[in-house]
Design a protein around this ligand. Structure first.
Ligand code: 6GU
Length: 234
């Protein structure tokens, strides 16, 4: 899988060289390229923004550098197998399903906007050539798409076969289908008693049926309290 990032702050992506993702890079499973969008400017000030047409506060990212970056990275021929991700608070919510779908992609280009956003014609142009996803991390505003792209990258890359050490831990975690889309139950390790707090007895019982039942109940109760929107039946 090749991942490209178009950004005016390529240093944000230096962290992809560490931890589990860094190992995936070292193993050749993922190939990461962060590009400074200002590479594709031609004026003395390397300008990437301009005032909004129609007026209003803030600045908008000019289309030209994006177009030239696309030409250099992807060429001019349409290819729906290329995924272009545009992190934006006005995107559709980025969910585990999106991460799972994108984990099968050979090529993803993240377009990280700053200021009030990217000239919309960039999205129209990209949509005519590649598979475009405008995605939001949640209902809050970040200063730019970089941190969102990093979060999405981690969610996607950990699902690529060979990246996670123990693939079984994938099926037990929150939002996985094996968990009926519920939140994960609370977990414990030794010691059995710590600062007056005991590990729930059932977990020390060795009775696998009771343990599975307890975990299911905990998941349902936690989901009912915190994320009732995730409960489909019952
Ligand atoms: Cl994807 N981008 C920005 N700039 N802010 C966000 C976001 C994305 N998701 C939530 N807030």
């Amino acid at each position: 899988m090749r991942l490209d990032y178009l950004t005016i702050f390529p240093e944000f992506f230096d962290v992809l060289g560490i931890s589990l993702l860094g190992k995936a890079v070292d193993n050749g499973i993922v190939d990461i390229h962060a590009h400074d969008l200002r590479t594709w400017t031609h004026d003395r000030h390397r300008t990437v923004d301009d005032t909004p047409c129609g007026g209003g506060a803030g600045m908008v990212m000019k289309p030209d550098p994006w177009g030239e970056a696309f030409d250099d990275l992807l060429g001019a021929d349409p290819d729906p197998s290329v995924h272009v991700v545009i992190p934006t608070p006005s995107g559709t919510p980025f969910r585990q399903d999106d991460a799972a779908q994108l984990s099968h992609a050979d090529r993803i280009v993240f377009c990280c906007g700053r200021y009030e956003g990217i000239d919309h014609r960039v999205i129209d142009y990209a949509s005519e050539h590649w598979s475009v996803h405008e995605l939001s991390l949640g209902d809050y505003v970040l200063n730019g798409g970089e941190v969102a792209a990093l979060a999405m990258t981690e969610a996607i890359v950990r699902l690529v076969p060979g990246v996670l050490g123990n693939p079984e831990s994938l099926s037990e975690e929150s939002y996985s289908q094996d968990q009926e889309g519920l939140l994960e139950y609370p977990v414990y390790t030794r010691p059995a008693s710590w600062r007056g707090w005991d590990v729930p007895e059932v977990l020390m019982s060795g009775h696998h049926g009771h343990i599975a039942q307890w975990r299911r109940e905990q998941s349902r109760e936690l989901t009912r309290r915190r994320r009732p929107d995730l409960l489909t039946d019952e």
